[in-house]
Ligand binder design. Structure first.
Ligand code: HEC
Length: 119
């Protein structure tokens, strides 16, 4: 029982600090967009992360992977995607690219496209 109380106290004291460390790094979407083009991400994933033709690369946006998974895919791709080590894409560049991809809005709903309504 005493141990549980001690653990609870530790969680209350250190919990918020630990959670703050796990927060996504802050990036600049405008610079991220430039880097997304310069690093040729767009050639496989499309200019707005919509996914490449003939399965070149999967759709990235809207609602990309959580940052940690995104980072892992760039640093150690699980399949055929080229690797982007830190000497080519710095941690700040990565944060910027992620903030760009995360800023891409969803497309309109089919019901909101006038041309589709007239059919
Ligand atoms: C030559 C094509 C190619 C390029 C260039 C490329 N990717 Fe990929 N990417 C892929 C493929 C294929 C996958 C599927 C997993 C794999 O094969 O590693 C993938 C997977 C991903 C995923 C995981 C998404 C998922 O649903 O699997 C992310 C995130 C990602 N790429 C981001 C990027 C970023 C950011 C860049 C540029 C810095 C980039 N990729 C450049 C081909 C590419």
């Amino acid at each position: 029982m005493k141990n549980r109380i001690a653990l609870l106290a530790l969680m209350i004291v250190f919990g918020p600090a630990t959670m703050a460390e796990a927060a996504d790094p802050v990036g600049t979407p405008e610079n991220g967009k430039k880097l997304f083009m310069q690093n040729n991400c767009y050639t496989c994933h499309g200019t707005v992360g919509q996914g490449g033709e003939r399965g070149a690369g999967p759709k990235l946006a809207p609602n990309p992977f959580p940052f940690v998974a995104f980072e892992m895919q760039l640093r150690q791709p699980r399949g055929v995607m080229p690797r982007y080590p830190e000497k080519f894409v710095s941690n700040q560049d990565l944060a910027d690219i992620y903030s760009y991809v995360a800023s891409i809005p969803s497309g309109p709903k089919a019901a909101d496209i006038p041309l589709l309504k007239s059919l």
